[in-house]
Design a protein around this ligand. Structure first.
Ligand code: ADP
Ligand code: ZN
Length: 743
């Protein structure tokens, strides 16, 4: 209550006990928090995780900042619904709340949907049940048997609490032996707190492995960490230069300071080898965070992160929203990777938002890549990031020798896609009992099927995309929406039997060609649609690393981070594939992907090669790849972006308006366009039908907003949406600030 007399008067008129009112962010697409009454005796503060009613449902929300009086303005607190309960967990810190606000306002997303990414399901908030354990009371059993002796020996070795089954397993005896000892009073049962989800990492578990150029890089990074406060560093080092070892030292230093660490990785589900490597250095695995984990494990990790028990998390982009108790360092490995961009509900780039999180939390961040994004390169050049270069591979591993194969001069056999040069290279690699990798970023057998008689093309009934033939599954599939049907034998248009022809290659078709040329080789196709899912992919990756396969045909799944010691030839089946899709980042992306894939070869001392099939051997990307002159490529790319005022020299936002009818989508998009304010330095392109004009039966129109670097893009977009037509019926708007996709 204030001291001012009108306030006093006011409260005299109201009920004697003043109901406290607080704003609560609810997980709904609404722009502001809702107000709730705090029942008497309940303690909440900003950040408290609570359950509140919304309509007939109960949802999980977060008590937000903002003063109580204001949130109650004009509302009779007695009419407000009360908070149902407060969960027993630490409130979201001020730092986290600021981060949520920042992301919401930058991406123009409802703050409640951003906050939702930071909190877990209620089960995670209940205390975990105690587990039944054994307490060793000492003494000897009446009768000693060999099995009983084994148990007592094992207990003597380690003074840790055992569970019944854990001890039986460790001692190699049956449960009845343990129960016998309990009966004899050698053990009694006690309830123990549940074991942590991961053990504590030890920064000094083994001596650091740092040599040559790694030393300087490590000193530089450790310098920033020791200086304290926010700093952003970029480790720009070729594949195999030892970047991981360098950032492990940054992690060790942060752990010594008692703080937590977050490692972001683009394909965490496939990084079993990374976890092992971490274990070798720190004596325990990091907590994992990605969608492939069981809900139970996710809850445990979440809880450990909140309480500070889990010191290191290795996770996919969503790990960025974990409410760490005391985060002190973020590593973003493969920082250029498009997988950091989420294009669903809240559209955000985890790499960029990680830098924001570090700035708000006032701690260091380290970005890592063999092919940094143009954005990060420019930040380095401008002095916003400290760049550390590591231009050579560690030890005696050399980068592969790269050659272009001009497909106009060395065409494949009729009906094939592999040039004689590549086939010869594969034959030689086989003779040496080494491995080849053929890379083609296209799943399935053929990207398009048509009828030779009438020209009919198989298209998805709900999307504007061709159906892709998958021979292993005998299906044609839509890669947009997952629609599929059995591969037809007759043309649905003209009815002719057996005249359907596949056009163009996918990995399955390349595998067929390989099997024809090398019938005795052990061949494997690796792509994300393997039967058996990610688990199968992980097993296959292990098999490759062990040398159980001679020729691997893979999509971009094989491009990332794996270490295949015997791989000495990489063939790029179609290097031009990503160049012509109207994406302003196409050249950069192609350069990154090709560098990454060819970087799979020659990880050990063996001599290695890369053969790059292209119809455009003079294209700057191809020239940059073979010359190894990344700097020249980036310089050129940067100056072109600067001229065109493209990111990071200008800003882009994309709006996709979709609706069940084309007319509704187009009409709404035009309405938005008309509502755009007139601001110098910002212009709107479109609306135009999106390249993917139809997805899941929804028609799509696209507006692209372009602004100068310092323009207030968010303000512009807010005004445009506020002044534009209200989205009615089936109309939906997707807002993407800093878009990566232009489809
Ligand atoms: P990057 O992360 O740059 O691709 P890695 O850190 O994976 O490179 O290192 C490449 C290889 O060299 C790995 O097999 C790693 O174990 C090895 N390595 C790196 N640094 C050292 C070192 N100082 N001592 C021994 N082996 C090292
Ligand atoms: Zn479809």
């Amino acid at each position: 209550m204030g001291t001012d007399s009108s306030d006093l008067f006011g409260s005299l008129l109201k009920a004697p006990a003043l109901t406290r009112v607080v704003p609560v962010l609810v997980p709904l697409p609404v722009p502001v928090p809702y107000s709730y009454a705090v029942p008497e005796g309940m303690h909440v503060e900003p950040g408290s995780v609570v359950q509140v009613p919304v309509g007939p449902r109960q949802v999980i929300g977060v008590v937000w900042d903002g003063d109580d009086e204001k949130s109650a303005a004009g509302v009779d607190p007695k009419k407000l619904r009360p908070i149902t309960l407060v969960f027993d967990c630490p409130p979201l810190s001020k730092e986290m709340r600021d981060f949520v606000e920042w992301v919401a306002s930058y991406t123009l997303s409802p703050p409640g949907l951003v906050a939702r990414m930071a909190i877990r399901a209620p089960a995670a908030l209940d205390p975990e049940p105690m587990v039944e354990g054994l307490r060793y009371l000492g003494g000897q059993p009446d009768r000693m048997t060999p099995a009983r002796a084994k148990v007592l020996d094992r207990v003597g070795e380690e003074d840790v609490p055992w569970t019944r089954s854990g001890l039986a397993h460790a001692a190699g005896v049956s449960l009845s032996v343990i129960d016998g000892l309990i009966g004899q009073g050698i053990f009694d049962t006690v309830f123990l707190p549940p074991p942590p989800v991961v053990a504590l990492p030890d920064p000094d578990y083994v001596a650091p492995r740092i040599e040559g150029p790694q030393k300087e890089a490590t000193e530089e990074i450790l310098g920033s960490i020791r200086a304290g406060g926010f700093s952003a560093s970029l480790i720009d080092g070729v594949t195999g230069s030892g970047k991981t070892e360098v950032y492990f030292e940054a992690i060790a230093e942060t752990l010594r300071r008692g703080k937590q660490v977050l490692i972001l990785l683009p394909e965490i589900a496939l990084t079993a080898s990374f976890l092992d490597r971490f274990h070798d250095r720190f004596g325990s695995k990091p907590g994992e965070w990605h969608s492939d984990l069981s809900p139970r494990i996710r809850e445990k990790v979440w809880r450990g992160v909140v309480t500070g028990e889990v010191k290191v998390v290795a996770g996919a982009r969503s790990a960025l929203f974990l409410p760490f108790e005391d985060l002190g360092l973020i590593i973003v490995d493969e920082e250029h990777d498009p997988a950091y961009k989420q294009e669903d509900r809240v559209f955000y780039n985890a790499r960029d938002m990680a830098v924001v999180r570090a700035r708000i939390g006032d701690f260091p961040i380290v970005l890592v890549s063999a092919t940094p994004s143009v954005e990060s390169q420019v930040n380095g050049l401008a002095g916003r990031y400290t760049t550390v270069h590591m231009p050579t591979r560690f030890g005696d591993a050399a980068l592969p020798d790269l050659h272009l194969v001009d497909m106009r001069r060395h065409p494949p056999q009729r009906g094939g896609f592999l040039s004689p040069i590549l086939l010869r290279g594969m034959a030689r690699t086989l003779e040496k009992k080494e491995q080849s990798l053929l890379f083609l970023n296209r799943r399935g057998y053929a990207p398009l099927t048509l009828c030779r008689v009438c020209g009919h093309r198989f298209q998805c009934p709900q999307c504007s995309s061709w159906l892709v033939e998958h021979r292993f599954k005998s299906q044609i599939q839509c890669h947009q929406c997952g629609y599929n049907e059995p591969t037809p034998e007759a043309c649905p248009e003209c009815g002719t039997l057996d005249h359907l022809v596949p056009c163009g290659p996918g990995v399955e078709r390349i595998a067929e060609e390989v099997e024809k040329h090398f019938p005795d080789a052990r061949t494997m196709v690796l792509s994300s649609d393997l039967l058996g899912g990610m688990k199968r992919v992980r097993l296959e990756l292990e098999a490759i690393a062990k040398g159980d396969v001679d020729i691997v045909i893979g999509t971009q799944l094989v491009a990332k981070g794996h270490n295949f010691p015997l791989m000495t030839l990489v063939g790029i089946v179609d290097a031009d594939l990503g160049l012509s899709n109207g994406d302003p980042r196409a050249a950069e992306r192609t350069f990154q992907l090709l560098s990454q894939v060819t970087g799979r070869a020659g990880r050990t001392g063996l001599k290695s090669h890369g053969l790059i099939q292209t119809f455009q051997p003079l294209h700057p990307v191809m020239q940059a790849i073979v010359s190894g002159d990344a700097t020249a490529f980036y310089d050129r790319e940067i100056s072109e972006r600067e001229k065109a005022l493209l990111p990071p020299f200008g800003r882009l936002a994309s709006l996709i308006v979709s609706a069940e009818t084309r007319v509704d989508a187009e009409g709404h998009a035009r309405g938005l366009r008309a509502a755009a304010p007139h601001v110098s330095g910002i212009s709107v392109l479109g609306p135009a039908e999106a390249p993917l004009a139809l997805v899941r039966g929804r028609h799509r129109f696209r507006l692209l907003v372009h602004g100068r670097r310092n323009s207030d893009m968010q303000g512009f977009l807010r005004t445009m949406i506020a002044n534009g037509p209200k989205a009615r019926g089936s109309v939906q708007i997707q807002l993407d600030v800093d878009p990566q996709s232009f489809l």
